[in-house]
Ligand binder design. Structure first.
Ligand code: ISE
Length: 333
């Protein structure tokens, strides 16, 4: 069965998803691009040879010729559009975060649970990145001993020109690390502290967070949204008898003028190209079979990331260690 998709949001990620489904995943077809800015929807549709466009997300989700939905609109719209997908009982691949608000995440989770099955796959694509897969495998096989610490560095060239607030370092960027650390370590966070450097140029300054886990491990996260030099994600999992660090795929190095040079991409898409492809492939299989993908994040994971983010914002505001207190996972009751 060819899965017919609507993509909501014609920005960077909407365009990226459209290209992946159109060019790399033969069992899918994007039939509709939706953006509240119709001109943007039209431009993307034209670029990818897609016929239909609309500026009405609710109608897009409800259309009979749409089997499943990809949400890549601004963060604050994700929960609402997921709710429409649940109303229509259509599988949805929703970009992270599920919502910046943990209570909104819970509303989506509860609405999903009422339907009796899972519909929402959350786009924490790093779970499909080979370097994190190998990191987790080294831990699970006992190769590095028990996990003690996980260090994470997440650097963007610069913040988007509009709409990126101070808090979004924690609510938009760091959720990747909140999720991947929980996923690799298979545990939850208990506390968070956060610190911010100062910049004299008015740009959003780097934030460093330290989290404790339920298994007494430490997780450090640096978010630097204005690193200037390139897109750079690093990480290391330190065990009792060894460590494993991420190495970004790199296909060549240039040797000139007595220097060895390697390049940084200007954003995350090249670094995570294969992770996005594998994530999206898993989504198509999910739509076809109804079986939720083993590796993927779900609404509960979205809630866990949001509650860590809320505590992080509070920790930074109050310069104090904040407890991360979660409800019991209703899925395991
Ligand atoms: C951005 O907001 C994302 O969503 C990307 O997935 C991430 O890799 C990037 O660094 C974030 O700023």
């Amino acid at each position: 069965m060819t899965v017919k998709l609507a993509i909501i949001g014609a920005g960077i990620m909407g365009s990226d998803h459209a290209a992946i489904f159109a060019n790399e995943l033969a069992e899918s077809k994007v039939v509709l691009i939706c953006d509240t800015d119709l001109a943007k929807a039209r431009a993307l549709a034209e670029n990818c040879g897609i016929q239909d466009t609309t500026d009405d997300p609710e109608q897009a989700i409800a259309r009979n010729d749409v089997d499943a939905v990809v949400i890549a609109s601004p963060d604050f719209t994700h929960a609402e559009y997921c709710m429409h997908c649940l109303d229509q009982q259509k599988p949805v691949l929703c970009e992270k975060p599920l919502s910046p608000s943990s209570s909104e995440c819970l509303s989506v989770l509860n609405a999903e649970m009422k339907t009796g099955r899972q519909w929402v796959q959350l786009g924490f694509m790093r779970r499909y990145d080979q370097s994190y897969i190998e990191m987790q495998a080294a831990l699970k096989s006992g190769t590095i001993g028990e996990a003690l610490m996980m260090h994470n560095f997440h650097r963007n060239v610069e913040t988007p020109s509009t709409g990126f607030t101070e808090a979004m370092a924690i609510t938009n960027s760091a959720p990747h690390e909140f999720d991947i650390a929980r996923h690799v370590l298979e545990t939850d966070f208990t506390t968070i502290t956060a610190f911010q450097a100062e910049r004299s140029d008015g740009n959003i300054a780097p934030v460093i967070m330290v989290l404790e886990t339920a298994n007494n491990q430490l997780v450090t996260i640096e978010i630097n949204n204005n690193a200037a030099y390139g897109y750079d994600v690093r990480g290391e999992l330190v065990g009792a008898s060894g460590s494993v660090s991420l190495s970004a795929p790199q296909y060549s190095q240039l040797n000139i003028d007595h220097q060895q040079l390697s390049r940084y991409a200007s954003d995350w898409r090249p670094r995570y190209a294969s992770a996005y492809r594998e994530q999206n492939r898993a989504f198509i299989e999910f739509v076809q079979t109804g079986k939720f993908p083993e590796l993927a994040a779900d609404c509960w994971d979205g809630y866990c990331a949001a509650i860590a983010a809320e505590a992080g914002v509070e920790a930074l505001r109050t310069c104090s260690k904040v407890n991360i207190t979660m409800i019991d996972n209703p899925k395991s009751e």
